[in-house]
Design a protein around this ligand. Structure first.
Ligand code: DAH
Length: 335
């Protein structure tokens, strides 16, 4: 019987070691230690057949075997639990998507404007944000004390420079280093000492445009800007050229589009007018050509300038310019 018990012990241990899951462990427990039909029980049932003096010795051994099997079962269960916790990877679960960054809505709008004008043969030109009064004003036909300068409440720097208050000085820089024909747009940041409100911010973006050649007419300006509006706001958008004044263009026109919200009926966004102003434009003033050494008798040109924040706000129905600069992800994620 002792041999039987020894055999039982090693048989049970081997089976436990090879068990694949909890159900199998439970089956092994019942098979060996089950109170009624267990293999150990079956052996113990025959203990009465032994001589009296041998019974306690075999009984003790049987108890040891039982405890050993129990410990082996517990150890195996623990091991299974640890493996489940540590190594169980469900490869069929969908992965976590890393959230992708995007371009800022102003950058997206800038890129879209650039794309439209480059399809018309315009190239991108850039100029410094720190400018001289000459480029920012004088060369654009706004001499010192000219009343038009009041429109541009500029940030003056200690060294005699200022932060450019529009992108128009890039026109001058391009014409100084290139001769016609010229077709450029100049996107970039501008600065004005404006009080912050829902439509003003001390830093904003403009895109300037300039085309110079022989025989450029107002029709070219109209055709070019109408094409731009239709691509930016849709073909059903109406375009209106309204007479205006800028020191650097003559004649000048502001471009209005039919209100993107009410389609021209009149609403809060267009103050009931049905039209929204989106840019300034005109034929380059002969005085400006003279400043860069172009002969106004030979060359004509048209120019325009638009505020990128305004275009973006109209396109997406944004009612406060400050949203662009607060970096609130709930806003930025929508673009
Ligand atoms: N520089 C003007 C501004 O900041 C915008 C502008 C108007 C630019 C007419 C132009 C132009 O080139 O022809 O308000």
């Amino acid at each position: 019987m002792r041999r039987e018990l020894d055999k039982l012990r090693s048989l049970a241990k081997g089976r436990i070691e090879g068990a694949k899951n909890r159900e199998e462990i439970e089956r092994i427990r019942i098979e060996f230690l089950g109170r009624k039909q267990g293999k150990l029980k079956q052996i113990l049932n025959r203990i009465k057949e032994l001589p009296l003096e041998e019974r306690p010795v075999v009984g003790k051994l049987a108890n040891e075997v039982k405890e050993e099997i129990q410990r082996a079962l517990e150890r195996k269960l623990k091991e299974m639990k640890r493996e489940e916790e540590e190594e169980y990877v469900d490869v069929t679960l969908p992965g976590k998507k890393p959230s992708l960054g995007k371009l800022h809505p102003i950058t997206q709008t800038l890129k879209e404007i650039e794309k439209i004008f480059s399809s018309l043969g315009f190239q991108v030109a850039r100029g410094p944000e720190m400018e001289t009064e000459y480029y920012n004003f004088e060369a654009l036909n706004m001499p010192r004390h000219h009343p038009a300068r009041d429109e541009y409440d500029s940030f003056y720097l200690d060294n005699g420079y200022l932060l450019r208050s529009h992108t128009s000085p890039v026109q001058i820089r391009v014409m100084e280093r290139q001769s016609p024909p010229i077709r450029i747009i100049a996107p970039g940041k501008c600065y004005r000492r404006d009080a912050v409100d829902s439509s003003h911010f001390p830093m904003f973006h403009q895109v300037e445009g300039l085309a110079v050649d022989k025989n450029i007419t107002f029709s070219h300006l109209k055709g070019c800007l109408t094409y731009f509006v239709h691509r930016m706001f849709g073909r059903d958008t109406k375009v209106r050229f309204r007479p205006s004044f800028f020191p650097f263009t003559e004649p000048s026109a502001e471009v209005d589009i039919s209100c993107v919200i009410c389609k021209g009926k009149g609403c809060r966004v267009c103050s009931g007018k049905g039209w929204l102003e989106i840019l300034g434009s005109g034929m380059v003033d002969p005085e400006v050509f003279k400043k860069v050494g172009y002969d106004p008798e030979v060359y004509q040109g048209f120019a325009f300038g638009m505020g990128v924040e305004r275009i973006c706000m109209l396109k997406y129905g944004i009612d406060d310019i400050r949203l662009f600069f607060q970096n609130d992800l709930r806003f930025l994620k929508q673009f």
